[in-house]
Ligand binder design. Structure first.
Ligand code: CA
Length: 235
């Protein structure tokens, strides 16, 4: 199922922080969605059961009912619309709990709007056809989103949080050349000056951890364009 952004796509946001809620509301409206914003779990659940939303964006910590209870209430009533969780907590337990309860995806605060929009688009494109895979794989490189663990050929690779985020982005979009500006906004949540080498340095470290000692080099620099993660064609 493919849904193009438009007023036909309805999104319900349940978020009690007024600023965050209004910011999301405004951004998503500008992106072409019909958006409704509520600030507590009781109204949120009621409205989600009444309405025909294509997606519900749920904050975890909410007055009335919390995000988990809203999600449970929805699923208990057989409502299968996708749910994206917003959470300030970055604990494995929360991720596992949410995904077990039937959440479709997770976003840890603070996040950039571009990241939220990318997730929203992915979820809408996917519909309820399938759960988000919890592991990403490219050749013998594996990234476990729940356990926040990376292995190559079965061997554990230790990454910093930033390196993990960087690798996750590259693996989610394998085969695509990602410009530095996109990497900066999605992983660092800022726009760097063009002369900074923060990304280059991080990429060099990541490449050493991921590719050193392997014949097949997965992480490649495309001169003047950006970075790509893919299995290189045999020459
Ligand atoms: Ca909250």
């Amino acid at each position: 199922m493919k849904i193009s952004p438009g007023v036909n796509v309805k999104i319900l946001i349940v978020e009690d922080e007024r600023k965050t809620g209004e910011y999301l509301c405004m951004g998503l409206r500008e992106a072409g969605y019909a958006v409704e914003l509520l600030n507590n779990g009781v109204d949120g659940l009621h409205q989600a059961l009444e309405g025909d939303h294509d997606l519900v964006i749920l904050d975890v910590m909410l007055p009335g009912l919390d995000g988990w209870q809203v999600l449970r209430g929805l699923r208990a009533q057989g409502r299968e619309m996708p749910v994206l969780f917003l959470t300030a907590k970055d604990h494995v337990d929360d991720r596992v709990k949410g995904l077990e309860l039937g959440a479709d995806d997770y976003l840890v605060k603070p996040f950039s709007f571009s990241e939220l929009l990318a997730r929203v688009r992915t979820i809408l494109r996917r519909g309820r056809s399938g759960m988000e895979p919890t592991t990403l794989q490219v050749a013998d490189l594996e990234l476990d989103l729940l356990r926040r663990r990376v292995t190559r050929a079965g061997k554990r690779i230790d990454l910093t949080a930033k390196e993990f985020g960087l690798l996750e982005l590259l693996m989610r979009r394998k085969g695509e050349v990602l410009p530095r500006s996109l990497i900066a906004s999605q992983v660092w949540d800022v726009n760097f000056d063009s002369d900074t080498n923060v990304i280059e340095v991080a990429m060099r470290r990541l490449r050493a951890k991921v590719d050193d000692g392997f014949e097949c080099r997965l992480l490649q620099t495309v001169r003047g364009m950006g970075y790509v993660l893919e299995v290189p064609e045999k020459s």
